[in-house]
Ligand binder design. Structure first.
Ligand code: SAH
Length: 395
């Protein structure tokens, strides 16, 4: 371990950093490590946390571990007479200018650069958080990697956007590849990026992307995995582990916009999706229609409460697919999985520590982990995604 620390330090010194703002931004913790070594570290972490429950299979890395983020967010500001955009320094409100980022989609960064230029030439005021004054707060760019569709979201502090039409026209002249532009109004003094009010400035107001042969509508607010190349591998594995034959009742818990459930529905008898965020549920319903999937129903409920309700009604579920936030799930959910007599659980997790905690509780509830597969969805950062198969022990 000491050795590794030393070699990491010296390699950082030797090469210098690949990114001029990496220290201030803090997003790319593994920047100084060769990719192979990043993968080794993640594999070791998974083995340490999950190895006592099941076999940890080799992590799936990326062929090209850069520029993978399909969604890019930039805070806009003004410094020494210059329009700047970038990220807040970790745990502060100091805006660090970022012109190029090694993990963000290049096209998105290019568009954000053009917007910086236009903001200056149109004399648009960027928002000053301290004084609560100015117009443009953030820009969000989302690109469908499979479809090439691009959405630009301009987050403003008020609805009134002077010379709006000309601004949109000028942006489209530089980037005719943009398919939709949306104005999102966020008047609040908050760290949330998006507000509730939206106005479509150009195009349809949403984009579409494709995953595992299904098409999904994405709006500004929808949760969508930020690395679609790796997500496709991850979801294929999740569905494979579910071993569906067309006869199963499947629960897609924490389903977001319905991606996993819709992909699985083609191989299941029926899928039930449950999700707490009402916007995501609306998107999920539309996505099911878009893919002509009729054997899926979505419910806007807390996953644990809904599963408990299903159990109380005496409903049976064969397979549970679950993809909770980083905080993992809870005891109530795990108890309900047992009560609905699920035979298999496929647990997708972006937090291996909470996954380990939950596996322990699943074990007490009579579920045995059969294997864990790491997927590097977030190269150059310390984060890692895992899919884990659990099976009900014979009684
Ligand atoms: N499976 C989806 C989304 C995973 S992200 C995908 O891969 O795209 C986790 C989701 O869990 C988010 O959409 C979040 O809104 C939802 N969520 C968080 N807490 C929840 C709860 N208590 N019950 C149901 N859903 C919840």
């Amino acid at each position: 371990m000491e050795k590794r620390k030393e070699s990491r330090k010296s390699s950082q010194k030797r090469k210098g950093s690949l990114c001029p703002v990496s220290d201030l931004c803090g997003g790319c913790q593994y920047l100084s490590l060769p990719y192979e070594e990043q993968l080794n570290l993640k594999q070791k972490e998974l083995e340490k946390l999950l190895g006592r429950f099941c076999k940890v299979y080799p992590i799936t890395g990326m062929e090209n571990p850069f520029y993978y983020r399909n969604k890019v967010h930039a805070v806009f500001g003004y410094e020494k007479g210059k329009v700047i955009s970038g990220v807040y320094q970790e745990r502060t409100h100091n805006l660090i200018p970022v012109e190029q980022c090694l993990i963000e989609d290049k096209k998105a960064d290019e568009i954000i650069g053009s917007i910086r230029g236009l903001v200056k030439s149109f004399r648009i005021k960027t928002y000053d958080e301290d004084r609560g004054y100015g117009l443009l707060r953030h820009v969000l760019v989302r690109r469908g990697f499979a479809t090439g569709e691009i959405m630009v979201v301009l987050v403003t502090a008020s609805l009134d956007f002077p010379s709006k039409k000309n601004f949109v026209k000028a942006l489209l002249e530089i980037h005719p590849e943009i398919t939709t532009i949306v104005q999102n109004v966020n008047r609040r003094d908050t760290s949330m990026v998006l507000g509730d009010k939206e106005k479509v400035m150009f195009g349809r107001g949403y984009i579409e992307d494709e995953l595992c042969g299904c098409r999904f509508y994405l709006s500004s607010r929808s949760f969508y995995q930020i690395n679609p190349v790796q997500t496709e591998h991850l979801y294929r594995k999740a569905v494979e582990l579910a071993r569906l034959t067309g006869e199963e009742i499947v629960m897609d818990a924490y389903c977001g916009i319905g991606t996993i459930g819709i992909i699985a529905a083609k191989k299941a008898k029926q899928v039930i999706g449950v999700e707490l965020n009402p916007d995501a549920v609306c998107d999920a319903v539309r996505n099911a229609q878009r893919n002509e999937i009729s054997n899926i129903r979505f419910y806007c409920k807390d996953a644990a409460k809904f599963m408990t309700f299903m159990a109380a009604e005496g409903k049976k579920i064969d397979v549970v697919l679950m993809d909770p936030p980083r905080t993992g799930t809870n005891q109530e959910f795990i108890n309900a999985v047992r009560a609905v007599k699920a035979r298999r659980v496929v647990y997708i997790s972006c937090g291996p520590d909470t996954l380990a905690r939950d596996l322990k509780e699943f074990e007490k509830a009579g579920y045995e982990a059969k294997g864990a597969w790491g997927y590097d969805l977030f190269p150059v950062t310390r984060h890692v995604e895992t899919v884990c198969l659990l099976s009900r022990k014979a009684q």
